[in-house]
Design a protein around this ligand. Sequence first.
Ligand code: FAQ
Length: 302
Amino acid sequence: MREGSLVTAAADEDLAAGFDATIAAGDRIEPRDWMPEGYRKTLVRQIAQHAHSEIIGMQPEGNWITRAPSLRRKAILLAKVQDEAGHGLYLYSACETLGVSRRDLMEQLISGAQKYSSIFNYPTLSYADVGTIGWLVDGAAICNQVPLCRTSYGPYGRAMIRICKEESFHQRQGYELLATMMRGTDEQRAMVQESVDRFWKPALMMFGPPDADSPNTQQSMDWGIKRHTNDELRARFIEMSAPQAAALGVTLPGNDLDWDEFWRIVKGGGPCNAQRIAHRKKAHDDGAWVREAATAYARSPR
Ligand code: FAQ
């Protein structure tokens, strides 16, 4: 072995030891720090999937903006959907610190190379779904994401702090909407129950496959990217939701999940997968002139 390669190998070992020590101490890895390639790739995968979920997640609720039952409900829903766009943008920015471009991320979403949360492939069939998404989908997101405020990668953890504060407001507005409907007519109460019946199990699947079938959990826990396993967080969410359901007066369906349905949806075969991506692609194509104009402006002499 040549002397130069010995020096390089020793330097690599020092860098890896430094990374391991930072993780073991519970400190944060920052963009300019050395990191193993697997750590970088795992973060890009998870943060991109998370960003795409926020952006695609605007569609099911956005479907109801023009049909909101009052000006107040419309203003609340518009603000929530705009917050989701903001979350997507913080997360894309966090992902860019790992050396990928926004354009690559968007192309990978549209081509299906990167995923987004299974939950957004279900349709929103009634206005009660806006409340149920706030209560259960944002509720599950908070349960999963509060521990991510302590994730080992600095830009991701800092983005999560603001996102979680906003998700908490989203969850309350959903609960308040459902509570209002539950004080209404029998028909409104039935709408809420029917909506909860459709969304409860898909919300439980947001936490990912059971631990025994989760290829990424152990390594992500060792790197401090994930702080709890999928099953731990799912169990915590079930426990949190029971008293809330009782206070609302709705019955939660059972917790037996159909994992074949989950994988079918993750692989693109859900009721709305094709529609969600087609809609995103059209919005991206329609926005091409804005990107071109902004690029030309940035290059123009001033
Ligand atoms: N959907 O080995 P694991 C929101 C994939 S934000 C689709 O367990 P991991 C806000 C997984 O990627 C919701 N795919 O994976 C909002 C992997 O495939 P890959 C998004 C899923 O990463 C509210 C394979 O299965 N939140 O809702 C799902 O360790 C209302 C094996 O799985 C986040 O992204 C799924 N549910 O654990 C917006 C939070 N589950 O990538 C609008 C951050 C798993 O190897 C309205 N992410 N897969 O090809 C995480 O915590 C983790 O990535 C998990 C999955 C827990 C989602």
